[in-house]
Each structure stands twice: as structure tokens, then as C-alpha cells.
Design a protein. Sequence first.
Length: 330
Amino acid sequence: MSTPSRAVRIHAHGGPEQLVIDTVDVGEPGPGQVRIRHHAVGLNFIDVYQRTGLYPNAMPLALGMEGAGVIEAVGEGVTHLKAGDRAAYASNPPGSYCDVRVMPAMNVCKLPDAIDFETGAAMMLKGLTAQYLLKHCKPVEGLEPGDHVLFHAAAGGVGLIACQWAKHLGLQLIATAGSDDKCQLALAHGAAHAINYRKDDFAAKVKEITSGKGVKVVYDSVGKDTWDKSLDCLRPFGLMASFGNASGPVAPFAPGILGPKGSIYVTRQTLFSHITSRERTQRMADDLFGVVSSGAVKIRIDQRFALTDVRKAHESLEARATTGCTVLLP
């Protein structure tokens, strides 16, 4: 038995005009799978990377990496979920821009009753990203309360979660953003300092804030535009943690430059290296659910688009015209 569903797909890489709404038939879940009907879907920069071909995939490609809704059916071997459960996820393969889908159950988590569907859809990929960055992606000397860290694009979805979580952990987060309003937003969400990188030299400001010492770690989802100066913000043995390419991919560089800059470390992170098992995914999600349920981290949803307005949503995201999180509503 199959169920018809709208699904946003691309049939060729390119701009937002490539996004089309197709009707697909969704069948029953197989072993290790669930069928979920979405109440809300999250929008992320990885969706843009996949649409443009920076992260190439076979065509046609259904987009979307996170969502929240109600489990309609479970396949053989799935024991942590049942029909009727409220659930949320960040997961491969892509395909969350739809009404209903069948997908692997491994990264789908039961959503606590205290967290609504829009919040669940908005926070899974971004919140789990903030979780692994602050908890598992640390400099060799570790992170302690009072330490300075630099976080680029801090007024975005991941950034605003990280600002709050870093404050909760006692870290001094230095935020960068592209306008004074966005800087104020980061400060309001727990950043200790904020730098408008369009007006100020953020590397010089970081050295000023840290009395010339630099930060222990830079968390960078911007890429090309911030890379070189970010390396100059690090203290000896500091860590450059790249986790995105919003301004374009970083150019090749010679590892030899890392020594004179203080024997610094460089890593390229992705969430999907961290959620490779049911148990690890659940531990990370429980940590996220805990800080959200307690109020230590609030999920800010500043943009809501109907699923049919997905092109407008992508245009806004690429123009860096968004703050906080964005959701699509089927």
C-alpha cells in the first residue's frame, strides 16, 4: 500500500529555480526503517550545498536533512519508536522537504512532549551540530570555563544555539556577524563579545579582547572569506574547526603555515561523522533536549515558509537575510 506525498526535489544542480514539487508514492517501512508524517521541516545551508552541486548527489535528489512529525509505521527491528510517537531527526539520506517519507530509523529520536514540532524540526541538525562542536570538537588543551572561543556567523541557527550553550558552559564566546543588528542578537543570546566583520578587522578585535593571547578554538561555517584571518586568531596549539562553506570552499593551503602560527591544529567536521550509531545519536539528542527543556538554550525561529514557497526560503538563506532558524511547513 502506498501513500502519495509532495516532495521538493531537484532534477539538476543549480539555483533555487531548480526546486520543484513532485508527487511521489511512499510505501511501507522496511527493516530498520520508519514512516514519518512531517509537521515541520528544518532548512539548513547543507541543503543549498546539495542543490548547487558543491556536495553532488545523483538525480533526482529530494532535499532536506531534518524534520519533526508523527511516526505512522515502523519496520522490523525498530524498537525505540512506535506508531503514534512524536519524533524528530537530523539524518541522511536527504529527503525531509515532503509531507511523508520512509527513512532509516537510526537517527530518528522520540521528541519530548515539552518540545513542539516546529522547535524539534528547527533544532535537530543545528542543535546537534552545536553539541558536537562544544562537547566533542575541542582543542588539544581542552576547554574550561572562562576560555575564549571564536564563533563565526553567530546570528544564524547554529550560532545562536552555540552562544547560549557556550554561556551555559561558562565559555567566553566571541561572536562575528555581518551587521550591528546581528551582533546585538548574538549578545542577547549569550555571546560575551560581538564583532561586525563588515566594519571591523575581526582578527585585530579578537587579539584586543584576549589581550593578545588569541582564542583556543575557532568554529567556522563561513569558509573562504574568514579562513586566513581565523588562523591568526588562534593561540598556540589552538584548533581551527571548519564545519561549513557559506562563502565558498576554502582554498588549498600548505600545512607548513601552521607551525609558525603556533603549531595550531585544523579539522573539518561534519555532524554525520558523529551520529554513526543509534546510541551515540540518542546521547547527543538527550543532551540537546535537556538544555532546551531546561530553558538554558532557546530555539529562535525567525522565518517560516510554506513548503510551496521553498524557492523563497532558499533565496533568503543564500542572501544571508535570515537569523536564527528557518522552518518549512508542509
